[in-house]
Ligand binder design. Structure first.
Ligand code: FES
Ligand SMILES: [Fe+2]
Length: 359
């Protein structure tokens, strides 16, 4: 039985790990470098997808399941722009339409494999798995810094056993920083600093400001401001069910003469549910200074990967408990949990709308 068969939408409810996945949304299917002339398969929102590039370089996504006998098309081969099934040789053009079936004297042109809208923006290949007529490219959240010569990025990826609602909640919850990531992105002063939470449509935004405090480790080394009192402005944003973005602006109020006074880090977290209990997760840590500094690259990659692995570990441990502990529990909520609850309300309402349930 799938989660959508057992899930009950409640008025005023909050999404959790059982909530039906949001289908009508752009998700990241892969990074650009993963999509090539070698066909890859990836399960996205419970559907197996085959990804490849045409000779012209266009990224193509089709269902990874031949409509004849369910052979995984990623196990087939490409000849020019034709995808050939590895079982009985059925051929498909990039739109998914059958262009030849060797065992048939006449090509069954009305046969096809489902193809999915795909948009490639910078290093990300976005896919629309929902109703095709609702796919609107303008709904893809802005991540221009990933494809802008004024910025540079380090990046990584995880495949994790958890649910994307919990991961979004983790990123909207900054009170865990000093405990799960001590010394890296969390300082006790930051945890106590004033935050404002706002909702703009379905976007949830946390703003935070901390003045005259030395920056935490991850921002101190690249800026060269270790131990110096700085102003720190940060934002965390639930941009869509597929994307969380954040920034940190570090301002040196008393730069030595000629030195740079303002430094910006943009953080990108893309989540695509593989299923209800597993996630494809891509992260990028971008900066608009010291673009060619390899020491900063190595430092930021190491520090980011360590911090995000701490989140991945925590969420996988929680998932293990939630899945296997038989005693019922209703999690406590505290005031700082508000941003996560707003996000969970948004996802709950979107899932209900997709299910045709009016709350
Ligand atoms: S399973 Fe693909 S052609 Fe038969
Ligand atoms: Fe974290």
């Amino acid at each position: 039985m799938t989660a959508s068969n057992v899930y009950q939408f409640q008025p005023g409810g909050f999404a959790d790990h059982r909530t039906p996945l949001i289908m009508n949304c752009w998700y990241v299917a892969a990074t650009s470098s993963e999509v090539s002339r070698n066909i890859i398969s990836r399960r996205l929102l419970g559907t197996d997808v085959a990804l490849y590039r045409t000779l012209g370089g266009e990224a193509i996504a089709v269902r990874n399941r031949c409509p004849h006998r369910s052979f995984p098309l990623a196990k087939g081969r490409l000849v020019g722009d034709t995808l050939i099934c590895g079982y009985h040789g059925m051929q498909f053009d990039p739109s998914g339409r059958c262009s030849h079936m060797p065992s048939m004297p006449i090509t069954p042109y009305n046969a096809s494999v489902r193809s999915f809208p795909v948009v490639e923006l910078g290093p990300l290949v976005w896919i629309w798995m929902g109703e095709a007529n609702l796919a609107d490219v303008s709904q893809i959240p802005n991540t221009h810094w990933l494809d802008d010569p004024a910025w540079t990025s380090v990046s990584g990826a995880f495949h994790m056993k958890s649910d994307y609602v919990s991961m979004h909640e983790n990123l909207l919850d900054q009170t865990h920083f000093p405990f799960l990531h001590p010394g890296a992105i969390g300082t006790p002063e930051f945890a106590r600093s004033k935050l404002t939470v706002r909702q703009e449509g379905e976007v949830i935004i946390i703003d935070r400001e901390l003045k005259n405090s030395s920056p935490p480790g991850v921002y101190a080394m690249p800026t060269g401001l270790t131990g110096k009192p700085v102003h720190r402005y940060s934002e965390a944003r639930f941009a869509s069910p597929a994307l969380h973005t954040a920034f940190a602006k570090i301002v040196d109020p008393q730069p030595t003469s000629g030195a740079q006074a303002e430094f910006r880090f943009n953080i990108t977290h893309a989540f695509t549910p593989e299923s209800h209990g597993s996630i494809h997760y891509w992260w990028f840590n971008s900066r608009n200074f010291k673009l060619d500094d390899q020491d900063s690259d190595v430092f930021l990659h190491t520090a980011s990967a360590k911090a995000y692995l701490e989140d991945v570990d925590a969420l996988e441990w929680i998932w293990e408990v939630v899945q296997n502990d038989n005693q019922p529990q209703f999690d406590l909520n505290f005031a700082p949990d508000k941003p996560g609850l707003l996000m969970r309300r948004v996802i709950h309402e979107r899932a209900a709308a997709e299910a045709g349930v009016s709350l």
